[in-house]
Design a protein around this ligand. Structure first.
Ligand code: ADP
Ligand code: GLC
Length: 484
């Protein structure tokens, strides 16, 4: 089976978050099911630099006003199709924003062009290669499904994965005439979204199957609290929505061979982890402690509840713990962390920025990873934490609630607990979760058991790739789809 995966990010070439990790690792896991994935990505500078074995496929003189070439190439075990459109993608800033964090004003056009080409590849293939299914990720390529739905050629089945419903690709309706779609596409069944254009909304309506990145999130988004305005569409498409938990790349995140960390360790030799803790404290200018070293590696945003964490730092200091924070995001939250680090210089250290290597080192050295998200479709940091023996303390929401087993009495007794969950997500409950962590940390054998269970947890793509393979099978066989 051939899959055309369409994504605006792919690890290790371009990444702002978990989307990249998933788009980069799922193809490798699907290969074990006899599924060949080609990933279509925008030709950002980092992608163009990494590409090898490049061959041009199609040239567009005038793709939404820009010259563009579709290229085929490889890198890091990924089979890529790249839309080389310098006018759209060869820019100084990030994939979606300029150097000041402002959305590019022509995002509507950049991702319409990207989606248009994706739809062309889905319809006509590339050379001898024909995809059986198009699988688009998030809002950026969602319009490709709309182009296909409104094409005269019925085409191949369309799958859309929503990684985060908070990002929707909403643009002024007046752009509609420039998209080259028939009038009927601007409707409730199409792109119309509260009087605007909704790229994700259009994709949700045009998809044959929709997946989101955990079963809990699949339930949550049926309500206004988590549906972010799309709960009506999600309810209407309810029967076609499946939640599949993300896996992780267990090669990239392997504590026994990770080139980013100095002291390798494994479930069988967990004590070898200890020197990483000391190294981490040194790196962040903190002295050693008999208390727990808490960490957060995250986007510093409201979604991630990082403002709540900044508000309860005194709880960590009071208990004799340390806190290490690495991330970037909202200026106000960045400032709040800089301020607490100034107030508690012996207990809190903060590194604003984005550094993949540092992320690995923190997971390998800290005792506990804090993920106090207000909502979390799946979350990957808690999975990396499990694998690296860093006990996750998570909000009970979305994928966090189903990937971590809370250290309640029954779970501890049965030796299946892997972390701490708290709910509702507010400072009060976060404080109580920290207190629980202190208590458990003092019971050394209990903490070691949590750590060990976490490291033993299978976070690989093993089960989830099988679920994607099954879903692909269903969309290819509509009879089964109708029956089940
Ligand atoms: P989201 O995609 O919502 O940001 P996930 O937990 O799914 O959340 O994925 C986040 C990914 O980004 C993880 O791979 C995490 O390690 C990485 N990450 C987040 N912040 C940073 C940072 N400041 N430096 C390095 N990696 C980061
Ligand atoms: C999104 C979500 C996150 C998820 C990631 C990968 O960015 O916020 O929860 O893990 O996508 O699916």
């Amino acid at each position: 089976m051939n899959i055309l995966s369409v994504t605006a990010e792919i690890f290790p070439l371009v990444k702002t978050g978990g989307l990249a990790d998933v788009a980069g690792s799922l193809p490798k896991a699907l290969a074990a099911h006899g599924i060949h994935t080609r990933s279509l990505v925008p030709g950002y500078p980092s992608v163009m630099r990494a590409l090898t074995g490049v061959s041009p496929i199609t040239h567009y003189d005038h793709l939404f006003g820009e010259g563009a070439t579709l290229l085929a190439g490889q890198t890091d075990g990924l089979d890529l199709l790249v839309l080389d459109a310098p006018g759209f993608f060869d820019r100084q800033g990030g994939p979606y924003t300029d150097n000041h964090g402002k959305d590019y004003p022509d995002n509507w056009k950049r991702f319409a062009a990207f989606s248009f080409v994706a739809a062309q590849v889905a319809e006509h293939g590339v050379g001898d290669w024909r995809p059986d299914i198009i699988h688009a990720h998030d809002w950026h390529p969602a319009l490709s499904l709309v182009y296909l739905k409104f094409s005269s050629n019925a085409g191949i089945p369309r799958v859309l994965t929503v990684h985060n419903l908070a990002f929707q690709g909403q643009f002024p309706a007046l752009r509609f005439t420039e998209l080259g779609l028939p009038d009927g596409a601007y409707s409730i069944e199409g792109l119309e979204y509260y009087g605007d254009l909704g790229y994700l909304k259009g994709g949700l309506q045009a998809a044959d199957a929709i997946t989101v990145v955990s079963p809990t999130y699949a339930r949550e988004i049926m309500s206004p609290t988590f549906g972010m305005g799309l709960e009506g569409v999600m309810n209407a498409r309810h029967d076609d929505v499946t939640g599949i938990v993300n896996g992780i790349d267990t090669e990239v995140w392997n504590p026994s061979s990770d080139p980013n960390i100095e002291h390798h360790f494994s479930t069988r030799a967990p004590l070898r982890r200890l020197p990483n803790r000391q190294k981490l404290l040194d790196l962040f200018g903190l002295s050693n402690t008999s208390g727990p070293v808490f960490a957060a590696v995250n986007r510093l945003t409201w979604q991630k509840g990082m403002d709540l964490l900044a508000d309860v730092v005194d709880e960590i200091v009071k208990g004799g713990g340390k806190l290490i924070v690495h991330g970037q995001g909202d200026a106000a939250i960045e400032d709040a962390f800089i301020e607490v680090a100034r107030r508690f210089p012996h207990s809190v250290s903060v590194e604003i920025g984005y550094d993949e290597r540092l992320a690995h080192q923190i997971h390998a050295g800290a005792d506990a990873m804090l993920v106090p998200s207000r909502f979390e479709p799946c979350g990957l940091t808690q999975l990396y934490a499990l694998r690296y023996g860093c006990v996750p303390i998570v909000a009970r929401t979305g994928g966090l609630s189903e990937t971590i087993i809370d250290a309640n009495d029954a779970a501890l007794h049965a030796q299946v607990a892997t972390g701490i969950q708290f709910s509702p997500v507010d400072t009060n409950e976060l404080r109580l979760a920290l207190r629980r962590a202190f208590r458990l940390f003092r019971r050394r054998r209990v903490w070691e058991s949590l750590r060990r269970q976490g490291m033993r947890t299978d976070c690989s793509w093993h089960r989830s790739a099988a679920q994607y393979a099954e879903l692909y099978g269903k969309v290819l066989t509509p009879d089964i789809r109708l029956a089940g």
